[in-house]
Design a protein around this ligand. Sequence first.
Ligand code: FAD
Length: 316
Amino acid sequence: MPVLVFVESAEGKVKKTSLEAVAYAHAMGQGVTAIALGNVDKEELEALGTYGAQKVLHASDSKLNDGIIQAYASVLVKALQDEQADILVLANSSLGTPVAARVAAKISASLASNVVELPNTSAGFAVKRSIYTGKAFMQVELKNQKKVIGIKKNAAEAKAVGLPVQATPYAVTLNDADFAVKITSSEKATGEVLLPEANIVVSGGRGMKGPEHWGILEELAKTLHAATGCSKPVSDMHWRPHHEHVGQTGVKVAPQLYIAVGISGAIQHLAGVNSSKCIVVINKDADAPFFKAADYGIVGDAFDVVPKLTAAIKAI
Ligand code: FAD
């Protein structure tokens, strides 16, 4: 019985978090069917095979381009039936999380979110969940036959394990009830790298003194192909737009590299960044709490350190 994986995409490209979901399902060892909805590039679909999917379904109906949660849940419930799959795996993203809840409710499945390890099936079906924004872990047993598993960003490594596969068109019948919500307009928050998906984030805090000084962070971000983020007070003071606010009450990021400049490292900020693979802190106060969470720290003035760092990276 295969595991079904819901694959998210943006502008035709599969999201990294969904590749991690495919890798996670592959490691479960019972076969993987991946399903992508809406507009996704052919090569991107085929590449899902490389990450461990034996079969790739593509429901390309243009009505599925807009990320309508109800419609996605309906398609996934149907695909679980058609594939005779009892387990759905997806990423705990802003889309994946509500989709998971809807699917679980529709099929009376046990649901676990923010899962960080493969299930332990030696006694029941137990999974480890990250809770309190990564401060603690909880072991839960999924007792129902049907299960929905949301995995936390960076919990699985997306790596090549197989060969590309041809995607199979997947026909769906959608009705009005699936579109109780209609998106009337949408706009991209930034022309640059999107913060929640970014591999590298350059983030600034109150230590940057004012919006007029953000140029040095933008230059560093551009050099690294990174997204820019900020602490809450920075967006509260309108130095930066709200969609860049990182933390417990803002965007949760999980990049390979998070560079925090002039941010003290309050617990509420750390809650949004503690899934990052590597944290670099630049702060002029050697006692700033952020250094305790850092992999690398530079004690120094941001206005001195950042331009030098950018120049050094450009010189590589
Ligand atoms: P500060 O705490 O003022 O720190 C500025 C830092 O810059 C200091 O460490 C200082 O040493 C350093 N500095 C100063 N000048 C320089 C320089 N020239 N070069 C280098 N370093 C310099 N905060 C968030 O960020 N995200 C959240 O989601 C969030 N949610 C919250 C929710 C609640 C309910 C509450 C109560 C608070 C929340 N906060 C959040 C606020 C949080 O508690 C902190 O107040 C905030 O993170 C501090 O922002 P900061 O580090 O930019 O500023």
